[in-house]
Write a protein that binds this ligand. Structure first.
Ligand code: NAP
Length: 309
């Protein structure tokens, strides 16, 4: 299809996982690919050679996305090497999990700096040439965790939620310059990042997913390709979930006939949407913020509060 032929894409954190899959997919579709890595030097060098095999221009740069000056220098170098920059994919990210009670300042700062400040750093540097060329597509990797939170990931969730606000603001600021800004929110994707989770947690997550399997990096890369290509030319400021949602089935209030079969998800978000989570009660309970099934009276009270009834 060659959806991005001749365009220049810069992808941060492409030595492995989702970033690597994006780099390969874009090369396959004819883009020239600039990418970064930080600690995985050998993997970065190997990827450069693999990408060149597609007959495109490819170059890897060892660059810390969380370093403002380094990001600026990187974009200058990419422009010198490639002559233009059409697509920026802010993919680099890390986790430093722990319950808030035990989370250190260092864990908080590191995640916010690597995940969120990096997006500011690269975007700020990239929009200069994009504004000049009056074209650009910026895609930021957020997460479903940024939309709903996750126990043990307050730092990660905050960084990913911040990315969503940033993405939407950039869309509003730069839409008139023909620069689009969108985010992708993957759910559970099988990479080294999620490989750190224990077997039991992984199995539990999978059971919550309608397709009963984790996503593959290539499936995120396809979504990324869509947002980078002209197929999405009238789409900006959006968050595309690539997650086969954990929340399983949702029923509108009208569809709920037997409340005893449903777990109330104790979160303003769900009540605010006028929905309850249905299906397997024990599975849903694990998704409840309260860790327990709510009662019918709590459900009705929740709806009454939201609907003003
Ligand atoms: P991963 O396998 O751990 O790979 C992370 C990549 O980021 C590596 O290439 C790493 O490079 C790079 N990186 C880390 N810190 C960096 C820095 N300071 N500067 C430049 N590069 C840096 O992660 P992944 O699972 O592919 O995730 C990619 C993105 O998707 C992340 O933003 C993540 O939060 C998001 N995401 C992932 C999932 C999932 O289920 N996997 C779900 C939702 C969102 P080096 O190895 O060279 O250090």
């Amino acid at each position: 299809m060659n959806l991005v032929t001749g365009k220049v894409a810069l992808i941060t954190g492409a030595s492995r996982g989702i970033g690597r899959a994006i780099a390969l997919r874009f090369a396959q579709e004819g883009a020239n690919v600039a990418f970064t890595y930080l600690s995985s030097v050998e993997k970065g060098q190997a990827l450069e050679a693999e990408l060149a095999g597609f007959g495109i221009i490819a170059k890897g740069y060892r660059s810390d996305a969380s370093d403002h000056k380094a990001a600026d220098e990187l974009v200058t170098q990419v422009l010198a090497d490639f002559g233009r920059l059409d697509i920026l994919i802010n993919n680099a990210g890390i986790t430093r999990d722990g319950l808030l009670m035990r989370m250190t300042e260092e864990q908080w700062d590191t995640v916010i700096t690597v995940n969120l400040k990096s997006v500011f750093n690269l975007t700020k540097a990239a929009i200069k040439p994009m504004m000049k060329a009056k074209i650009g597509s910026i895609i930021n990797l957020t997460s479903v965790v940024g939309l709903r939170g996750n126990a043990g990931q307050a730092n990660y969730a905050a960084s990913k939620a911040g990315i969503i606000g940033f993405t939407k603001s950039v869309a509003l600021e730069l839409g008139s310059r023909n620069i689009r800004s969108n985010a992708i929110a993957p759910g559970f994707i099988e990479t080294e990042m999620t490989g750190e989770l224990n077997e039991k947690a992984i199995e539990e997550w999978k059971q919550q997913i309608p397709l009963k399997r984790g996503g593959q990096p290539e499936e995120v890369a396809d979504a990324c390709l869509f947002l980078a290509s002209d197929l999405s030319r009238y789409i900006t400021g959006q968050v595309l979930q690539v997650d086969s949602p954990f929340y399983i089935v949702h029923y509108t209030l009208e569809n709920v006939s037997d409340f005893s079969k449903f777990a109330l998800v104790d979160s303003g978000l769900f009540i605010g949407r006028g929905r309850v989570c249905g299906g397997d009660v024990s599975a849903n309970t694990r998704q409840c913020d309260t860790g327990r099934v709510g009662s019918k009276s709590e459900l009705v009270a929740g709806f009454a509060a939201v609907c003003g009834g």
